[in-house]
Design a protein around this ligand. Sequence first.
Ligand SMILES: *Cc1c(COP(=O)(O)O)cnc(C)c1O
Length: 376
Amino acid sequence: MSEQVQDPWLLTPGPLTTTMETKEAMLHDWGSRDASFIEMNARVRDRLVKIADGEGTHVCVPLQGSGTFAVEAALGTLIPPDGKALILINGAYGKRMATILDYAGRTYATNETPEDTPVDLDALTVSLENDAAITHVLVVHCETTSGILNPIAEVAEITKRYGRSLIIDAMSSFGAVSVSAREIFYDAILASSNKCLEGIPGMGFAIIRQCVLEGCKGNAHALTLDLYNQWVTMEANKQWRFTPPTHVIAAFDCAISQYLAEGGVAARNKRYANNCRIIIDGLRALGFETVLPDELQAPIIVTFKMPADPTFDFDAFYDQLKEAGYVIYPGKLTVAPSFRIGGIGNLSAAEMNGALDAIKDILKKMGVTTGVPAAA
Ligand SMILES: *Cc1c(COP(=O)(O)O)cnc(C)c1O
């Protein structure tokens, strides 16, 4: 191979920086019907169920594509054509679930709060109390739009009390913030290969309560997105229905082994929380403000308000930071002009401190004396 050059570190919500070991796991070819691939696929599915604490209750159904493909498949498979969803929205990913249901032709209601505000538990209770037609509640665990952590245990408790089915988009939190199926009652949780488990992009998965999935035959609105059919087929012959993303699964298998060796959810949560802490404390010392107070902040990605200093130019800042070896993310918020810095992926204190030093340098060169944002 040619000389190794360090790629820029990705301080983004995914795809993320992966380890060399994970990248090297892809340097082979696998036949999709070959025993070694079938074994690897079964191991990935089993370990994902274990990570979710879903052994004996839940099954793992993987699907080709990015995370949104798995969300679209899960909603279409689990919500029957005559069902009705209640979507709790406080960001772009909640809104995307509404768009998915528009395409699928499913009925839904929404309870929306601003992007810097957790989903409203009282409004959830009122909706479930007053609307008997609601069959499913949909919620995003960590809304990656702002980085806010929604009160998932309380949402699950209320949804269960009213006898409805809960579907959680835990794409950006799964593996880094515990959502144990033994403690939080949900019918499905959705995630993908390229977020906190640090694989490469290309596969989403749903961890679904088996007794619920067994009743979902015929619900799906598209053949490729039918998770019931995907599951039944994979259980019967251990194979994917259509060409599997073999290299993605090999990298994911390797990434999951590293995840377990690191110490699972507790260790990953600690490393990511420390990463975010370094960036938050460092930028606050320069005058920057976070959109969220610390108690609402998930240890995943942090949103900062744009500085008011007229010499600050975000595009130039972004380009120079990339030049220095760190890629960040523009904001996606409507509540305030902002940018985001992620703490997930194969990153530790050294990379976060390196990014902070680079940021200080660039601001100095730009002539920005403070990161203080415009008054609200
Ligand atoms: C990343 C993410 C998704 C999936 O997005 P893709 O671009 O399809 O990978 C869904 N929900 C949340 C909360 C996410 O962070």
